[in-house]
Design a protein around this ligand. Structure first.
Ligand code: FAD
Length: 401
């Protein structure tokens, strides 16, 4: 189901700025530096046998077949060729240090314990529990291995809330400029925290999605989830309580056209053109109609008839519209989980646990996620490669001794 069943396996380039972590940034950079996007692409193409192409519009790598199924099948085949044994329908509930102080025991639900000399914890986060990622990786890291976690929260998650103009606009998509601003004491617009420029915004049945919203959702969701937990709430899978006056705000310029330019367009040439028609030149019709309704301007108003106050209201709605976020869609719809095992407790040269010798970690269980665009797989490939090679090396050096 990755990448809308097409699987966006890689971005074309990446820096640490494409990722979010609450751990030291240099640790994230160390892992990313271990394998470049280019080497990773070569590995997928030559060793895994996956033909890749760049989607020019988005600058992302997809399989030429546009099939995430092919990605899965080729990875499984490469593993089997290398001697990997898969155990399906098998759930690991816990990890216990071997009684002789050597190695580890895996507690496997419904069957016996299994001994392991090294373990790579690659159990993902909490997102999309339907595919088997239920947060057990975090529980094992914290409870069994003594690791500190940055408390997980849904990230890259659609938000809920009403649409402008009062009528639902599901399916309408537009390229916007979206900024997240801290709230001022008076609840108004404060300092800009983050922004997305010319990125997709999609109205959904319940609210808002698209890369612009998903990429910045954590700025709203993380503080609310954490505040909810500190009040004794549990990790929510449903809407969170409405953001408070101190919550960051999401402010949108629907077309990317600056206020001054709109001022011109809504002033001259006055003529008989309708205001709504001028908006439709730059925006999808349904959205243009909704924004005129939202501003309170009559839909039959001509540019020549537009009063100064009404023009000001329209300019605000067009270039500084604050979406009224009411909640988020939880782990069921979050593409990734933010937070996780602190990178500061891992040796980022090997992804070895600094708390539990013989344990390695990678992927989403760690306190890193990337923005939309193949960055999460890049993190999984880079950290997974380091963890796997280091675990294998540790076993072979022990054999040599
Ligand atoms: C719908 C969707 C679409 C996405 N599309 C993209 C995309 O196009 N590009 C991109 O870069 N990223 C995408 N992502 C994000 C990406 O899939 C993840 O970041 C990445 O798969 C994380 O890799 P991982 O190995 O850490 O965890 P996962 O891929 O989640 O793998 C964890 C595995 O561990 C297994 N597991 C969990 N708990 C247990 C247990 N107790 N016992 C045994 N096994 C267990 C799970 O079944 C699963 O197989 C998408 C995510 C979602 C949800």
């Amino acid at each position: 189901m990755s990448g809308g069943a097409r699987c966006n396996v890689l971005p074309t380039s990446a820096t640490a700025n494409d990722f979010t972590t609450e751990s030291a940034n240099r640790r994230l950079k160390a892992v990313l530096a271990s394998w470049s996007v280019e080497r990773c692409r070569e590995w997928l193409e030559t060793e895994i046998g996956l033909g890749l192409g760049i989607e020019i519009a988005s600058n992302k790598y997809f399989p030429l077949s546009n099939s995430s199924r092919e990605v899965r099948d080729r990875l499984v085949a490469a593993c089997e060729k290398a001697g990997v044994e898969f155990k399906y329908e098998t759930s690991v509930d816990g990890v216990v240090r071997g009684s002789d102080g050597m190695g580890w025991t895996l507690r496997v639900r419904g069957s016996g314990d299994e001994r392991a000399r090294a373990i790579v914890l690659a159990m993902g986060g909490l997102s999309f529990p339907a595919v088997g990622t239920d947060g057990t990786g975090y529980a094992i890291a914290r409870r069994d291995l003594g690791h500190a976690l940055h408390e997980p929260y849904p990230a890259l998650v659609p938000l809920t809330g009403p649409h402008p103009g009062g009528e639902p606009l599901p399916g309408v998509s537009v390229e916007v400029e979206l900024k997240v601003a801290a709230a001022n004491a008076d609840g108004g617009g404060g300092k800009k925290k983050a922004q997305a420029i010319r990125k997709g915004f999609l109205f959904t049945h319940r609210g808002y999605s698209g890369p612009s919203v998903l990429d910045l959702s954590h700025h709203l969701v993380r503080p609310l989830v954490r505040a909810n937990e500190s009040k004794g709430g549990s990790l929510r899978d449903e809407d969170f309580d409405a953001p408070t006056s101190s919550s960051p705000r999401m402010v949108i310029n629907w077309s990317g056209i600056k206020r001054e330019e709109w001022q011109e367009r809504l002033t001259a040439p006055p003529g008989r053109a309708l205001v709504v028609s001028r908006l439709r030149e730059a925006l999808p019709s349904r959205l243009a109609d909704a924004l005129v309704a939202e501003s309170g301007v009559d839909s039959r108003c001509k540019i020549a008839e537009l009063k100064k106050d009404d023009r000001a209201k329209l300019l605000r709605v067009l270039t500084e519209y604050e979406i009224a976020v009411k909640g988020h869609q939880g782990y069921r719809k979050a593409e990734v989980t933010g937070g996780g095992v602190a990178l500061d407790e891992l040796d980022t040269a090997s992804m070895a646990s600094l708390k539990a010798p013989g344990i390695y970690m990678c992927g989403e269980v760690c306190d890193v996620f990337g923005r939309i665009g193949g960055f999460n797989f890049l993190w999984a490939w880079c950290s997974g490669r380091l963890a796997g090679m280091s675990a294998a090396k540790a076993i072979s050096s022990a054999d040599d001794e």
